[in-house]
Each structure stands twice: as C-alpha cells, then as structure tokens.
Design a protein around this ligand. Structure first.
Ligand SMILES: Cc1ncc(COP(=O)(O)O)c(C=O)c1O
Length: 370
C-alpha cells in the first residue's frame, strides 16, 4: 500500500512531546484515570475490577455498543462497529471504495478523510469551504456542480477540523439531500459533535437520518479521552458494517479490554464530560479573542462556530510554516501551520480545549515581542 505522509500527524510527531507549550491540539483537556474511575457507578466499577485481559468481541463490547446506540435516535447496538477513530476512517473507506471511484471531500480536511481514498486509487475532488468576511461558508452551488458527475462518496466533517465551521441545520439537510439526489453515499466525520459551545443543538448524526450514510465518532475530542483510542462507525447498512468488521481482522481484530470498560464509564457520564469540555472551550475562546484582537495588525482570528479548534490568518505577509517553526524553536510553543492541511493561505490552527492555553499564549506573545 502506498500512501502519502500524514502532514498533520508528522508535524505533531516532530514537536508534540518535546515542545513545552502546545497551542494547536484538537482534543479537550484529557481526563486523568483517577477522575474517570471516580465517575463509575457501582456496576461499572465492578466491570473494571473484574476485567480479565482476554481478547474482546470484534464489533465492540455489547454494553459499549448499546450505550453508543443510545446516544442516537432510532439506532441499536447492531448499527455500531467500534474501532479506533483513525482506524475507522481506514476501515470505512476501504469497505466502501474501489479503484477508479470518484469521491468528493470537504477541503481543508483531516488528511485521512481524503488520503485513504486516494491510496485506494480513487479520484478525490475537493469541495472547498469558502472564506466569507470573518467566517467560513459552504458553497452549495459548487457542490451541486461537482455532484453532476457520478460520485460514490461525499465526505463531510462538521464541526469542522481545522476551521470550527458548522453549517446551519437547513444547509446540512440540503447537503444530504443533494448527495441523495446524486446517488452518493455520505461519510460524515462527527468527532467534534457535542462541542456546540454556543448552546445550539448538535446537528443530527447522518446515521440517524439516512439509511446508507456512515458516521464516525469517538471519545478523543468532546469526551476528553484521546488516550483510550476509542471510536465507532454507525450506519443502518448492515452489509457495510459487516465488510468493515471483516477488514478489522487485518487491523486490530478487537479493542483492548481496559479501553472498552473505561469507554463504558465515560459514556455513562457523557453529559458531564462534554459540558466540562464546552466550558473550557468557551473560556479559552475569550482568551484567544483578547490575544488576537490586541494583535489585529498581524492576525485575523476566524472564530469557530462549534468544535474545539479554529484558525487565525497571518495578514502581515508572514509565511505560516516559517512562523510556526520559529515559534517552536525560540519559545518552545508548538503551533500547527495551514500547510499541514494542504490549505491555501497563511493560517495557524488554534486548539481551544486545553487548560494550558494561557501559558501557550503567553509563550507565543513572547515570541511575537522579540
Ligand atoms: C476530524 C478528525 N477525524 C478523525 C480524527 C482521528 O481521531 P483519533 O486521533 O482519536 O484517532 C481526528 C483527530 O484529530 C480528527 O480531527
């Protein structure tokens, strides 16, 4: 298999564990094991205490799948396949696509949402978000145009990484009906669902409203548990889930038992965990706003609508990649440049979910004052 390097992950690999301050993580402040276990009810604590470290069920622990289904209207455990989130992208694309298929994918994007399809030999056409003043917008006319040619899969991701863009419910429904009219299946990355920090209701999961659409989600972002490597695909199409599960025999076969039980505990407390994450994002957004407003000659902050990330544009002629490299070399603050998303323009990604954001901003401020 030939696949291009994952630019964002390679950039993180370079600095994530050596830089003192991180300004771009997309997860929300990870919970300590102690905090999570303190939330466990008597029955869930028993599952943890009595866990035997055997192989586990390939589709996922039945109780975990039931709790995931319980987060969605009209779905059951049979509609859920557990996998590591990034693995789930790989399983889904490889189950749905064949060489020569045409895929339309939102741009910019978390690279695997486009790259895995390219590695299969698909033609991947990009559907760019457009800049509209101080925000982002969907170009529905462009989508209509591109869907005139046969498309196997439309790949979307809202709340969006890296911009924090979220369509209105009406726009979202229009996108789904356009895909349906064109005969394209939808793959929807919903990793940031539940991070609607302004109080808006989440968009429905595509798996709730379509018979064929595939939704991906997991515990890494909203639920503050990236280290569990716990995620899932949800879909009403049983054949698809069977194919993805058969492919999982060649990736992980089944999940680690401790991760499954801790995921079960997390989902029993999901509202409290998600509210903790939303509160952190709201607080940090205020700080980011203040920081970039004070430096508006050099940056335009493009505020997120939902999720835990957004971008700021460099408007003083600086190259974003060089800026990020210099910031990490001089003040040990890691910031991700737009190049990691193959994104046109000079942007940096900002992560709003971490408690250490004030320290990271202070370090960036020092670098800018040099
Ligand atoms: C949009 C999106 N999808 C999928 C993933 C993969 O999640 P994980 O790193 O937990 O496997 C990420 C992680 O950053 C993401 O941002």
């Amino acid at each position: 298999m030939r696949i291009r390097d994952f630019q964002l992950e390679r950039y993180f690999a370079k600095y994530e564990f050596s830089a003192r301050y991180l300004l771009s993580p997309s997860d929300c402040e990870p919970l300590a094991m102690r905090e999570l276990l303190a939330m466990a009810s008597g029955e869930d604590a028993k599952l943890w205490d009595e866990l035997v470290l055997a192989y586990t069920e390939s589709p996922g622990h039945p109780e975990l799948r039931a709790r995931i289904a319980g987060m969605h209207h009209g779905l059951t455990a049979d509609n859920v396949l557990c996998a590591v989130p990034e693995e789930a992208v790989f399983l889904a694309m490889n189950s749905l696509l064949e060489p020569g298929d045409r895929v339309v994918a939102v741009q910019p994007a978390y690279q695997s949402l486009q790259e895995v399809a390219r590695s299969i030999g698909c033609q991947v056409d990009l559907w760019p978000l457009t800049r509209q003043g101080q925000g982002w917008a969907l170009d529905l006319e462009a989508l209509e145009q591109t869907l005139k040619n046969p498309v196997k899969l439309l790949v979307i991701n809202f709340p969006h990484n890296p911009t924090g863009f979220q369509p209105s419910r009406e726009e979202f429904e229009t996108v789904l009906s356009m895909a349906e009219a064109a005969g394209a299946r939808v793959f929807s990355d919903e990793m940031y669902r539940g991070l609607e920090f302004s109080g808006d209701a989440p968009l429905p999961s595509v798996a709730e409203v379509s018979d064929t659409a595939v939704a991906l989600s997991g515990l890494s972002k909203t639920y503050a548990l990236p280290g569990l490597r716990s995620g899932w695909l949800i879909c009403r199409d049983k054949d698809f889930l069977d194919r993805a599960q058969a492919l999982k025999d060649y990736t992980t076969i089944c999940a680690p038992g401790p991760s499954e039980i801790l995921s079960i505990i997390a989902l029993a407390n999901r509202e409290a965990i998600a509210e903790r994450s939303r509160a952190l994002v709201r607080e940090n957004l205020g700080r980011i706003r203040e920081f970039f407003t004070a430096r508006k000659d050099a940056f335009t902050l493009i505020e997120p609508m939902a999720g835990s990330i957004c971008v700021a544009e460099l408007i003083d002629g600086r190259d974003a990649y060089a800026f990020c490299e210099e910031a990490v070399q001089r003040e040990s603050v890691m910031v991700v440049p737009s190049k990691a998303f193959d994104m046109d323009g000079e942007y940096i990604r900002l992560g709003l979910g971490r408690k250490t954001l004030p320290l990271a901003l202070e370090a960036l401020g020092k670098y800018l004052e040099r």
